[in-house]
Design a protein around this ligand. Structure first.
Ligand SMILES: Nc1nc2c(ncn2[C@@H]2O[C@H](COP(=O)(O)OP(=O)(O)O)[C@@H](O)[C@H]2O)c(=O)[nH]1
Ligand SMILES: [Mg+2]
Length: 718
């Protein structure tokens, strides 16, 4: 295979909601470039992209797939991304290592929430975008309407380069207003017949052509002047203008295809080959230390590993982008993130599961290596001359969690090993061993995301696991002041034990004044503070411990023991055994015994006095509340809103954004357990949401009663 120079390489990400046809488009592109002899299909489970058993099982892309096509002596590296929000990690990664996003739009559904999500990522990463309307043969396809939706959503920068003469099952012709030609296909697609535009389409085509020329000119001053002079631009000048527009995100060109019938795919590839920016034309990327790195094949050798996966029949495959320099077979490199040496024995370029050996890859190119020792997703491997690191990929927060357990208890260790390995393949999985909940939690992007994890554990690793509802990390606190005393006394045989503690508890609030006077049952308690200790708690909130013991009623040396007793109760609140928080404790009196008093006695006295006071202080259970943002297609707003209200949600706001509605709410974590699944079924997978911890709030009385009953029942059981 030819070695491609940096200025012959283009990297493209295929994005779009699931079902828009990305994987089908890949088949057509590979077929057109001659890399495969026959196009596979989703129905026949034989596509190049979806080659993992889990993907064929679900008929859904789970992983991003890397492939390349050679076209007119140029090399296009393309990454087919999973469309579903559950697998957004793959799309985020792909965008980070490519320079142009081709965002597919379904001819049937038009702009979807998934389109908006992916577009937002291109915005964040400042990448050029080409819209590609697919499935023009669908009978529901309405090109004009989709174009209008695109303009509504993304403004006047949306510029069509093609339009279909007619859509629906008879679709077979496009008018290209860049080349001012008509393309038609025989039913089997492939090579088009290119003809002059027929007279009846000429006015419309001319009008769109003018809009395109003007848009192309807008991104370059010299072109703009020329355009004012001559009212037109040459084809090359237009390409130049469009390229500049793409890079500056000053223009989002719109193309059309019917991927399933291989119509329009060649023309798209020609455009990708001729017009979209080369690696060398994009802004430089920065290392973790903020150093700018140009994709220069004469620069120091530096490879960034953006994806590792364990693949059928071969084992570990590590995908990398050459950030600078060139990599050759046999190179010895240093893994800067782990400090380990690696030899790159062989280099491949890939097309899904197919690999082709190459000797050398230059800056900007994408390839793979197999059987490296310790390379994980996100690592950088360098030659001797440099120590670059590129941990630039930021993944979204997780929003779906399950507790996981092996069916066979003796498999715990094995399960943890495999989970950690899988996390190294997909950083959007977060594994947490929660001491508090006594559960191992897997946090991911959605139910489907976690289901594929289970499927892979069971099928690839032959390990049976079960999912359970994660417990909710409740907290306990108090709502008013209360007082209690407790005497611990033991005098049976040997040395005795004695300790007595009197204390007051009250809700702690940031910035509250020092304690002064309290009244309980008509009795007044005047406090004179001798010392205050403010203790931030690991699980959030604080304990403030005030010593106001006067006249040496309790020796100062016993104060730490009293606090220890209190902390033991804070760790296991009296209501449900959850962590307690935000309490001020004032120890104001007590008694000692000249011989029998010791630390143990004061610890127990402190613990029991605190427990009793806590119970009398209007104790309440707190639950975690999350800020939730839901992105909903307008027609589903009512259903989604109704469902949220059933989840004790507090709706904070609503706004219409580009083509969809955004709902902002505060929702208890308890009610979010299966939200992604419900939302998906309410909207046919067209909505998405994000969630972030907001605060702890009191639970309603009925919920509190139930939680306390459940806890009591469990105590009796145990
Ligand atoms: N009619 C029609 N169906 C298509 C076209 N492209 C893809 N499909 C079908 O749409 C479904 C989703 O396609 P797929 O390539 O898996 O989409 P992806 O999720 O974006 O990768 C499959 O059933 C395809 O056969 C097209 O151009 N026309
Ligand atoms: Mg796919």
């Amino acid at each position: 295979m030819k070695v491609y120079q940096t200025n012959e390489i283009k990297n493209v990400a295929l994005l779009g909601s699931s079902g828009t046809g990305k994987t089908t488009l890949v088949e057509a592109m590979l077929f057109e470039s001659g890399l495969i002899k026959r196009r596979g299909s989703i129905a026949a489970k034989n596509t190049v992209s979806d080659y993992f058993p889990v993907e064929q099982e679900y008929g859904y892309s789970v992983f991003s797939t890397v492939f390349h096509v050679e076209w007119n002596n140029k090399k296009l590296n393309v990454i087919d991304c999973p469309g579903s929000d559950d697998f957004v990690g793959g799309a985020v990664t792909a965008l980070n290592v490519t320079d142009t996003a081709v965002l597919l739009i379904s001819g049937q559904y038009g702009v979807e929430v998934g389109t908006q999500n992916h577009f937002r990522y291109t915005e964040k990463l400042d990448k050029p975008v080409i819209f590609l309307i697919n499935q023009l043969d669908n009978e529901k396809c309405d090109y004009d309407n989709i174009l209008e939706q695109l303009k509504d959503s993304y403004g006047s920068k949306v510029i069509p380069i093609q339009y279909p003469v007619a859509t629906g099952p008879n679709f077979n012709a496009l008018i290209d207003v860049l080349l001012m030609k008509m393309y038609t296909w025989k039913p089997e697609g492939g090579e088009p017949v290119i003809e002059d535009i027929p007279a009846e389409e000429m006015d419309k085509a001319m009008e769109m052509h003018k809009a395109l020329v003007e848009a192309a000119a807008e991104n370059d001053e010299a072109l703009m002047e020329k355009f004012f002079d001559q009212e037109t631009l040459s084809e090359d000048e237009m390409r130049e203008g469009i390229r500049k527009g793409l890079v500056a995100r000053g223009m989002f060109p719109v193309f059309c295809v019917c991927a399933a019938k291989d119509m329009g795919v060649r023309r798209l590839m020609e455009f990708l080959g001729n017009v979209v920016p080369f690696v060398s034309e994009m802004p430089k990327v920065s290392t973790t230390d903020g150093k700018e790195i140009a994709p220069d094949s004469k620069g120091p050798k530096s490879l960034y590993f953006f994806k590792t996966s364990v693949e059928p029949h071969i084992g570990e495959v590590s995908y990398f982008k050459v950030m600078s320099g060139k990599v050759r077979e046999g190179d010895d490199l240093l893994n800067t993130d782990r400090g380990t040496k690696e030899r790159i024995a062989q280099i491949y370029v890939v097309a899904g599961a197919n690999r082709f050996k190459v000797e050398e890859l230059h800056a900007g190119d994408i390839g793979a290596a197999v059987k490296l020792k310790e390379v994980k997703t996100g690592n950088t491997l360098n030659g001797k001359e440099c120590d670059n690191r590129f941990n630039f990929i930021k993944y979204p927060n997780s929003k779906y969690s399950r507790a996981i357990k092996p069916v066979n208890e003796s498999d715990v260790e094995k399960m943890m090993t495999i989970l950690h390995r899988m996390r190294e393949e997909d950083p959007t999985w977060v594994i947490e061993q929660s001491k508090e909940l006594r559960q191992t939690l897997i946090h991911g992007q959605g139910e489907f995301h976690l289901r594929t994890l289970k499927w892979r554990l069971e099928h690839n690793d032959k390990l049976l696991v079960k999912f359970e509802e994660p417990k909710i990390p409740y907290r306990e606190t108090i709502t008013k002041a209360a007082r209690a005393d407790y005497r611990h006394k033991k005098q049976s045989g040997g040395a005795g034990q004695f300790g007595e503690v009197h204390l007051i508890v009250e809700p702690y609030k940031e910035g509250m004044p020092l304690p002064d006077t309290y009244r309980f049952n008509g009795q007044e308690f005047k406090i004179s503070v001798r010392g205050t200790e403010e203790i931030p708690l690991e699980w959030g909130g604080k304990v403030v411990f005030v010593n106001s013991v006067v006249g040496g009623a309790i020796d100062t040396r016993f104060m730490p023991a009293i606090l220890k007793g209190i902390m033991a109760r804070m760790e296991q609140g009296p209501l449900t055994g959850s962590y307690a928080r935000d309490v001020r404790v004032i120890v104001y009196d007590g008694k000692m015994h000249p011989v029998d008093s010791n630390e143990i006695s004061f610890m127990l006295a402190g613990r029991n006095a605190f427990s009793e006071a806590f119970k009398n202080a209007g104790p309440k259970i707190l639950e975690p509340i999350y800020d939730v943002e839901v992105f909903v297609p307008s027609d589903k707003m009512g259903d989604v809103m109704g469902d949220l209200q059933g989840r004790r949600a507090m709706i904070m706001g609503m706004s219409s954004e580009k083509g969809y509605e955004k709902l902002v709410a505060k929702v208890p974590l308890k009610e979010m357990a299966s939200y992604s699944t419900t939302l998906s079924s309410l909207t046919g997978g067209r909505a998405s949401f994000i969630m972030k911890f907001a605060s702890y709030e009191l639970v309603p009385t009925d919920v509190q009663d139930k939680l306390m009953k459940d806890f009591e029942a469990k105590q009796v059981d145990e």
